[in-house]
Write a protein that binds this ligand. Structure first.
Ligand SMILES: [Mn+2]
Length: 328
């Protein structure tokens, strides 16, 4: 059940009453907000209630290892180990819960804390603040500032940084900035935290991005930019399709264009397409033309075709049709 805000604020003390074991889980393919939320809540439960919660997470980027508590994730517990409380954080639905989800069967109470608009409100208690910048910001609003410590602050700050694109997305409110300001007052090297977890890229990733940008071309409608990376090109950069995220975004910020397309080869039979838009083009609809999915600003799909030029002929044709439709 989704709690109203007033009830939600009273809940943490109630949840923690008489609790001796608790676990915290996040979603599949954990991102900064997910890892920051899980470790931030762990640090807070220890500082505020003296409870050492277990955190279960799927593999996450090595750069997040600098977070307090990152070394303690995925403790070895018997499969039927009993938890009084199981927190699911940053999961837009129960189906997206990642490592540790099977623990729910041996937990007394499931508590969902999230910020996704689409969350149906799962769990015995659900604190859902849609529109909040990050799950970390929802957690912040549930915590007592006087009980937070530096470990909590570092983790929550990282999550806020990552889910807001370093405080640039429209989800950022004056309250977000005030909370972030309070967090840095705990004293930690936030410039290094942002650089090492958000901006820093491996050499191979830089090489791959450079190649993709250099090869890029403007689409016939003059509105988009596209590029492609073959398996051989990725290999030549000593890289792989694992390192292609971020390239479509690097294309998207090109001045004077509205949408960006990255095609990268996945195997001998096909490519994947990653689409990004500045807002004038609905790339979710574009991806849907090819059986893909996503949102207006970011989407993707697969192509069973090994010639990127031929793929783009189809994409350009689909774009033309979509524009015809919207012009009526
Ligand atoms: Mn999030």
């Amino acid at each position: 059940m989704v709690l109203d805000r007033e009830t939600a604020l009273r809940k943490p003390d109630e949840w923690m009453t008489g609790v001796s074991t608790a676990a915290v889980i996040g979603h599949v393919r954990p991102d900064g907000d997910c890892v920051g939320s899980c470790l931030g809540l762990r640090a807070y439960l220890l500082a505020a209630y003296g409870i050492e919660a277990d955190v279960y997470l799927e593999a996450f980027p090595d750069s997040f290892r600098i977070l307090p508590g990152a070394q303690d994730v995925n403790p070895s517990r018997p499969a039927d180990y009993h938890y009084d409380l199981l927190f699911a954080l940053d999961c837009s639905e129960w189906e997206r819960a990642g490592a540790g989800r099977e623990r729910a069967a041996f937990s007394d109470r499931l508590i969902c804390i999230d910020h996704h608009q689409s969350n149906p409100g799962f769990g015995d208690d659900c604190v859902l603040y849609p529109g909040y910048s990050s799950c970390c910001e929802v957690l912040y609003s549930l915590m007592r500032e006087e009980k937070m410590n530096r470990d909590t602050a570092i983790c929550l700050y990282l999550g806020m940084v990552h889910d807001t694109g370093v405080f640039q997305y429209s989800s950022v409110t004056p309250e977000t900035m005030a909370r972030a300001g309070k967090l840095i007052s705990f004293g930690f090297d936030f410039p290094r935290l942002i650089t090492s977890t958000y901006y820093e890229k491996s050499y191979s990733r830089q090489q791959l991005t450079g190649l993709a940008l250099q090869k890029s071309r403007i689409t016939p409608d003059g509105n988009g930019i596209w590029t492609s990376l073959s398996l051989k090109e990725m290999e030549d950069c000593r890289s792989s399709s694992m390192e292609t995220d971020g390239i479509a975004e690097a294309l998207r910020i090109t001045k004077g264009i509205d949408y960006a397309i990255l095609l990268y080869q996945t195997d001998e039979t096909g490519f994947k397409g990653s689409f990004r838009s500045k807002g004038g083009t609905d790339v979710g609809k574009l991806a849907a033309c090819f059986g893909g999915g996503g949102h207006k600003l970011a989407s993707g799909c697969s192509f069973e075709e090994t010639d990127p030029e031929r793929i783009m002929e189809r994409v350009n044709a689909a774009m033309l049709e979509l524009n015809k439709g919207s012009a009526v």
